[in-house]
Design a protein around this ligand. Structure first.
Ligand code: CAA
Length: 387
């Protein structure tokens, strides 16, 4: 077993870290305060190849492996988790599924503009009454000649307002009300109308939108994978996407730890640095241990994925542990900073707000436990597993 990153992985990690320190860190507090989406930043990331880190070079990407992409997400999220989620959804929830399930024609047409960062990608699965129960979605794609007419509304779509390409899920079999009978489509911005910008607790530098599709006519060239087999596309996509969200949570927790550790070494109370007190040492020791544990779970899941091996259970474990750890440990970072931690003078209150969502999107912690339980118990029938 080799725990060392390769030379290539270390280089790409260094590239993302240096860029994040220079271009993201100094602006993150202002973007958070102003709810500003840093559109031009993604052009800069594209110039570095980081909008298509793990996309093969023949499709416009940097040709690195999945673990390199995870390292990039960790570094971006360490500086600004909103930037992290924008890149995560763009890459693992929009670009990679087209690579995995697309025809040669679809891959050559839709992937390069995404991988080169000329367009942002979005993943439109969730609806007002289909969140955890994604298979209950109601958006319809009615058969129409040699294609479909799509009508419906989506909710909480990351990147919705700025995306050029949407991985979009709709029901193609009106006789069904479950996961069977759903298809995946590749839509353009012109098929979609954004109806709302969500106001959120955190991740203020990312956009989250409601959108509608009204009578959009699409041909067979827009169908990704087989008709009525789109739920498999969604689930496979989320298996990988969850590793990316775990890396986002890890980056947030690492940032909180860094601030808390530095503060503890400087702040004095009762005639000593507070790092000299066991109460603070024990908090920092737990933070450091849990960050390490999350990192190991995440790297294992990423390694399995890039070996082409099953990673559903391992990705869910990584996401579940990293997100709950980030919520816990960003709270501990505030505790170490005391009153200062609760103010805008330090970034830890932002980390705390940003961490919470990682327990919710790309599958809540409860859904991750369900996925893990199904895997370890060998349950596959829905009637047995969803209760
Ligand atoms: N890989 C491949 N196929 C899978 C799969 C996987 N991991 N999991 C399930 N499937 C397949 C099943 O084999 C089944 O296929 P068949 O029809 O061929 O038999 C089909 O998918 C349906 O599976 P289930 O019966 O297990 O489906 P279910 O309705 O019981 O749902 C669930 C399972 C795990 C609860 C699922 O609905 C789920 O993951 N829910 C959470 C949704 C979610 O994570 N949403 C995130 C939104 S995107 C987002 O948040 C992005 C963002 O902005 C950051």
């Amino acid at each position: 077993m080799d725990f060392e990153l390769t030379q290539d992985q270390r280089e790409i990690q260094g590239l993302a870290r240096d860029f994040a320190r220079a271009e993201i860190d100094p602006n993150a507090a202002a973007w958070d305060r102003d709810h500003a989406f840093p559109r031009e930043l993604f052009g800069q990331l594209a110039e570095l190849g980081l909008m298509g880190t793990c996309v093969p070079e023949e499709y416009g990407g940097a040709g690195a492996d999945f673990l390199s992409y995870v390292l990039v997400l960790e570094e971006l999220s360490r500086a600004d988790a909103g930037v992290g989620v924008t890149v995560a959804v763009h890459t693992s929830a929009a670009t990679l599924p087209i690579l995995a399930f697309g025809t040669d024609e679809q891959k050559s047409r839709f992937v390069p503009p995404l991988a080169r960062g000329e367009q942002l990608g979005a993943f439109a699965l969730t609806e007002a009454e289909a969140g955890s129960d994604a298979g209950a979605l109601r958006t319809r794609a009615d058969s129409d000649g040699d294609g479909w007419t799509i009508d419906g509304a989506k909710q909480w779509i990351t990147n919705g307002r700025y995306a050029g390409t949407f991985l979009f899920f709709a029901r193609t079999d009106p006789q069904t009300e479950t996961a069977r009978g759903i298809s995946a489509f590749i839509l353009d911005a012109e098929h979609v109308r954004v109806t709302r910008d969500e106001k959120k607790l955190g991740l203020n530098s990312s956009v989250t939108n409601d959108l509608v599709v009204e009578g959009a006519k699409v041909g067979r060239d827009r169908l990704l994978h087989e008709e009525n087999r789109g739920f498999r596309v969604a689930m496979t996509t989320l298996d990988g996407g969850r590793i990316g969200i775990a890396a986002q949570a890890l980056g947030i927790a690492q940032a909180a730890y860094d601030v808390a550790r530095d503060y503890a070494l400087q702040r004095r109370a009762f005639g000593h640095r507070i790092a000299d007190f066991q109460a603070i040492q024990q908090k920092l020791a737990d933070m450091s241990m849990e960050i390490d544990a999350a990192r190991l779970l995440i790297y294992r899941a990423a390694w399995l994925k890039q070996q082409g091996r099953r990673h559903t259970e391992e990705g869910a474990k990584a996401k579940l542990f990293a997100s709950e750890m980030a919520r816990r440990q960003t709270g501990e970072a505030i505790q170490i900073l005391g009153g200062y931690g609760y103010t805008k003078e330090f970034p830890v209150e932002r980390y705390y707000r940003d961490a919470k969502i990682t327990e919710i999107y790309e599958g809540t912690s409860e859904i991750q436990r369900l996925v893990i339980a199904r895997s370890i118990l060998g349950l596959t029938e829905r009637s047995l597993a969803v209760r």
